[in-house]
Each structure stands twice: as structure tokens, then as C-alpha cells.
Design a protein around this ligand. Structure first.
Ligand code: SF4
Length: 83
């Protein structure tokens, strides 16, 4: 798989990884989980960010589709926090 700048796993070839992430997200409690609209807004911000490569945030090494699912998580870029 070629690195895809500003791509989510959803748009790259990481289908197995995405399935695994979705399973993990489904196990989060409602208290832990970001609401769907918030989750979507966060991922839209990531898609506009130069730090996103093939679904991974270069600031923290997380899959953004997983990190963004946690209500208490924040964008890790302290100098330019996007969410
Ligand atoms: S720095 Fe923030 S906005 Fe950019 S990819 Fe990472 S989490 Fe997303």
C-alpha cells in the first residue's frame, strides 16, 4: 500500500485494520464514545491536516479513526489543535 497523504483508513487499503478499529470502537461504553456527529467532524479536520498519512497521525502515531472515537481525546498537536 502506498502512503496516502490526508487519507483515512476508510479511503486507503487498510480494510482489515479498519475492521479491527470498528470492533474496538463498538466495545466502548457510551460514556467513552464520541457522538457520531462529533466523530465525523473530527475526521473531517484530520483529512485537511498535513500530519495525516494513510490513516495515521504523525503527531501521535495513532490511527485517527480510533483516537477520534474517544470523547475525552483531543488532537495531539499542541501548537495547532484542530479538535
Ligand atoms: S494533528 Fe490532529 S488534525 Fe492532524 S491528523 Fe493528527 S489528530 Fe488529526
Amino acid at each position: 500500500m502506498a502512503d496516502c497523504k490526508r487519507c483515512l483508513l476508510l479511503e486507503s487499503a487498510g480494510a482489515n485494520t479498519l475492521d479491527d478499529i470498528r470492533q474496538r470502537i463498538s466495545k466502548l461504553s457510551e460514556k467513552e464514545k464520541a457522538q457520531e456527529d462529533l466523530y465525523a467532524k473530527r475526521l473531517e479536520m484530520c483529512k485537511k491536516c498535513d500530519e495525516l498519512i494513510s490513516g495515521v497521525c504523525m503527531k501521535c502515531g495513532c490511527y485517527v479513526e480510533f483516537r477520534a472515537a474517544f470523547i475525552r481525546q483531543r488532537c495531539p498537536d499542541a501548537n495547532n489543535r484542530r479538535w
